[in-house]
Design a protein around this ligand. Structure first.
Ligand code: HEC
Ligand code: HEC
Length: 375
């Protein structure tokens, strides 16, 4: 069960007590150890481990190259409940590795049970993204990672307090030394280590990848689902029309997410009524035309990250398919044109996929699960 030690408990809880004991035994806490010297950390090339069709999407900042020691420290910090005010919440509480780093809740629960306004996205392959959060308000993992720690509704700890708590442990100063060359702990280094760990969470061992590399033959249902997924329907094409689910219009090719840069791949999929406080991308750009637009999430490992959508509205993939197939979306002015006008029937008033077509698309979505990531 502890093969990768995903369930690592706060090492602070145990080690803090040990270090207090050690100080008492030493008689005083003033015998400060001499600063150790550290050799350079071992670089890790994340991009060389990616399939050829993904490599180009990956980049890392020049001032934070990924290293083994950085990833190790980042993983500890990601699981560290001491980074919350009451030692109960770590990143992993809301981004659980067993659920492809999501949390299985409609909306996340932070410190003191406070509910987040949105559903926690999974974090596998998050290193490929240039726009973070459902509304794209952040652009780098380094920038992002300190926000939940300080957010009063999530972990509620100032960075100064986070640094102080980690400094008091017997383990962390050494781990920072190994990762960054000196034992100094700073907010910047916490952010960098967490970001390195997140960039290491790459997942491309799925049936779909094996298919792309000619190593897997899909079943008839998976094949139909894949074709429907990537086809934009046209009932007027040829004699019997071209059937499709138009999913691939937005969840693109191999990444199965939108374009990484800009807001072009943010869409309104008809989940919101006007007048509420949730406005999506409009909050970031200030433009009324961006009402209800959200980032197109990757569908990789989607079978592991229910419930679905920014508001966790749908419990199952079947519910999601019923949504895209529903008449409510047709002709609705705010809804994306690709959805508003996509239909499989001449003059149809909805997407009009059949039950077996929806089932086939769901079978394709199950091809996107990376079994190596289920501990
Ligand atoms: C209380 C639950 C909670 C905690 C704790 C939490 N997150 Fe999140 N995380 C969320 C939610 C909810 C979102 C989506 C918020 C939004 O889009 O407005 C999110 C979004 C993200 C994203 C953006 C992903 C994407 O696809 O855009 C990253 C990266 C992330 N979190 C990393 C972290 C890290 C690192 C920590 C710890 C330092 C952390 N989270 C702690 C709930 C949480
Ligand atoms: C116009 C672009 C567009 C089309 C077409 C589209 N999607 Fe989406 N999809 C999105 C966006 C944007 C979201 C996030 C919406 C939100 O949460 O507000 C999303 C969310 C999802 C989710 C939930 C993801 C998660 O992490 O919660 C699934 C599953 C999904 N889409 C599957 C499909 C399938 C299957 C089809 C085809 C039948 C499809 N999509 C067609 C843009 C699109």
């Amino acid at each position: 069960m502890f093969s990768k030690d995903y369930s690592r408990k706060s090492i602070l809880d145990q080690n803090f007590i040990l270090s207090l004991l050690a100080l008492q035994l030493a008689g005083c806490g003033c015998s400060k150890e001499k600063e150790k010297t550290y050799s350079s950390p071992t670089p890790v090339s994340v991009s060389t481990k990616l399939p050829w069709y993904i490599k180009n999407y990956y980049s890392e900042p020049t001032d934070n190259p990924t290293t083994n020691e950085g990833i190790q420290l980042g993983e500890m910090l990601f699981n560290e409940k001491a980074l919350s005010a009451d030692n109960t919440i770590s990143c992993a509480v809301c981004h659980d590795p067993k659920k492809a780093f999501s949390d299985g809740l409609v909306v996340s629960k932070g410190i003191n049970g406070i509910l987040a306004p949105r559903n926690a996205p999974g974090l596998l392959n998050v290193g490929l993204q240039r726009k973070l959060f459902w509304d794209g308000r952040d652009t780098s993992l380094e920038q992002q990672s300190l926000h939940p720690i300080q957010n009063p509704n999530e972990m509620n700890l100032s960075i100064a307090d986070a640094v102080r708590k980690l400094e008091k442990t017997p383990t962390y100063p050494d781990l920072f030394g190994r990762a960054f060359g000196s034992q100094q702990i700073t907010g910047d280094r916490i952010a960098k280590a967490i970001a390195q760990y997140e960039r290491s969470l790459m997942s491309f061992n799925t049936k779909y990848d094996r298919f792309l590399m000619d190593q897997y033959t899909p079943t008839a249902e998976e094949k139909l689902g894949m074709e429907l997924f990537f086809t934009h329907p046209d009932p007027f094409a040829g004699l019997s029309g071209l059937r499709g689910g138009n999913c691939g219009d937005c969840h693109l090719q191999q990444t199965l997410t939108g374009k990484p840069n800009g807001f072009e791949s943010f869409h309104n999929t008809g989940l919101l009524e006007t007048g509420g406080t949730e406005i999506g991308l409009q909050k970031v750009t200030g433009q009324a035309s961006d009402f209800g637009r959200f980032k197109t999430p990757s569908l990789r490992n989607i079978a592991l990250t229910a419930p679905y959508m920014h508001n966790g509205k749908f419990a199952t993939l079947e519910d999601v398919l019923d949504h895209y197939n529903s008449e409510d979306l047709f002709g609705k002015p705010n809804v994306d044109i690709l959805i508003q006008k996509g239909t499989n029937q001449k003059f149809g008033q909805s997407l009009m996929l059949t039950a077996s077509e929806k089932k086939a698309i769901v079978a394709f979505l199950h091809m996107l699960t990376d079994s190596t990531y289920i501990p």
